[in-house]
Design a protein around this ligand. Structure first.
Ligand code: THU
Length: 134
């Protein structure tokens, strides 16, 4: 069973570590791997704006670099309403977890909305093999 409350709490905490002096829009993410590990991320901006990396991708890249490749759910926290992942993050997450549960919430973890990644990214371009077989 997924401890959604814990995942949301970790996303809200991660959001506080965002480095976002240009947008002043902090985002936090917490990604649950199949083996139970949770990887957090926050957005990390750069003076060369285009080099900014979103919270979700920070979490995913941390996870993959630590050996996790299969994922169950991600919680994302930002702003005033449920926080949907950007298109680039949807694509990058899809590579590893087409059926990922995406839990979108506000900066305080209160307003919550859920969806699957495949619903958020229909007709996605993905890898030929499911993640477990790679
Ligand atoms: N951002 C994320 O971290 N995740 C998203 O899915 C959307 C946008 C960040 C990037 C940038 O630092 C700030 O939010 C404003 O776009």
């Amino acid at each position: 069973m997924i401890d959604e409350a814990r995942l949301i709490e970790l996303a809200v905490e991660a959001r506080k570590r965002a480095y976002c002096p240009y947008s002043n829009f902090p985002v936090g993410a917490a990604l649950l791997a199949k083996d139970g590990r949770i990887f957090t991320g926050c957005n990390v901006e750069n003076a060369s704006f285009g080099l900014t990396v979103c919270a979700e991708r920070v979490a995913l890249l941390k996870a993959v670099s630590e050996g996790a490749r299969e994922f169950v759910a991600i919680a994302i926290a930002c702003g005033e309403g449920p926080c949907p992942p950007c298109g680039a993050c949807r694509q990058v997450l899809y590579e590893f977890a087409p059926e990922l549960l995406v839990i979108m919430t506000d900066g305080e973890g209160k307003a919550v909305r859920r969806g699957t990644l495949s619903a958020l990214l229909p007709l996605a371009f993905g890898p030929p093999q499911p993640p477990g077989n790679r």
